[in-house]
Design a binder for this molecule. Structure first.
Ligand SMILES: Nc1nc2c(ncn2[C@@H]2O[C@H](COP(=O)(O)OP(=O)(O)OP(=O)(O)O)[C@@H](O)[C@H]2O)c(=O)[nH]1
Ligand SMILES: [Zn+2]
Ligand SMILES: [Zn+2]
Length: 229
């Protein structure tokens, strides 16, 4: 049996968990056939939130690693977990914190969640998470005007002209059924062996990645780039 895989990424508090829960709930019986894994850095309360809603969920904490790097080196284990549980779908949620990485994989349905309140330049600043997504979900539209929604949509399509833009209310779930319909055609996989990232991770391994805390030039080894002022 193949297992569908869906990656959902977006800035912290953009509404990822709310949208995922509403999307799962919009499909009767789906709760028992899917699992969610939340990737976060230091702490996350999402696992409990999913469980309160009857959804099987696990958490992976990246600690001092970049969460997307952590994601990519653990996706095989997550996929095996989904297989063991006989889930038809594995959904991964990650808050792409550095705005340079993105967990999106080739052929794997890639969703980005953005918050309408986050400012019109957010799509441009969110980097490959938006640019490489198949679907961009916009939340919190209940708090802005129709004109602001349209400007936000325009800004997203400027960055990613090919993606579908969906407006979903993370609290009421309005619009989540459309997302569910789109995700039902996500591709299934036997394993993660041949998966590839859509976008390379940063070219960097500097002294600070390795735990250095001293600022002086003498301690800046590895790949560095100097600011031009
Ligand atoms: N008004 C409004 N609030 C929303 C909407 N969607 C989500 N929220 C609220 O926004 C807050 C953050 O939502 P979450 O779903 O926890 O966001 P998240 O992206 O999963 O957050 P992290 O996992 O912590 O990065 C919560 O208080 C939600 O209730 C929406 O469409 N409208
Ligand atoms: Zn990163
Ligand atoms: Zn570094």
């Amino acid at each position: 049996m193949k297992t569908k895989l869906i990656t959902i990424a977006g800035p912290p508090s953009s509404g990822k968990t709310s949208v995922i829960i509403k999307m799962i709930e919009s499909q009767p019986g789906f709760k028992n056939h899917c699992g969610v894994i939340k990737f976060d850095c230091i702490s996350s309360l999402d696992e409990e939130q999913y469980q309160r809603n009857g959804i099987t969920a696990k958490t992976g904490l990246a600690g001092n690693l970049c969460p997307d790097h952590y994601f990519i080196s653990n996706i095989d284990a997550c996929f095996s977990w989904a297989k063991q549980n006989k889930f038809s779908t594995l959904i991964t949620e990650s808050a792409g914190l550095c705005n340079r990485c993105a967990p999106h994989l080739k052929e794997v349905l890639a969703i980005c969640v953005l918050d309408n309140l986050s400012g019109i330049n957010t799509p441009l600043k969110t980097g490959p998470m938006v640019k490489m997504a198949d679907i961009v979900v916009v939340t919190k539209s209940d708090l802005v005007s129709q004109a602001e929604r349209e400007v936000f949509r325009f800004k997203i399509q400027q960055v990613n002209s090919k993606c579908k833009v969906l407006f979903i209310n993370g609290i009421t779930g309005q619009g989540a059924d459309r997302l569910a319909t789109l995700t039902s055609s996500a591709k299934g996989f036997e394993n993660t062996d041949n998966l590839k990232l859509r976008f390379s991770m940063p070219t960097a391994l500097c002294s600070y990645c390795l735990g250095e805390t001293r600022v002086d030039q003498d301690f800046q080894i590895g790949i560095n780039r100097k600011i031009k002022l």
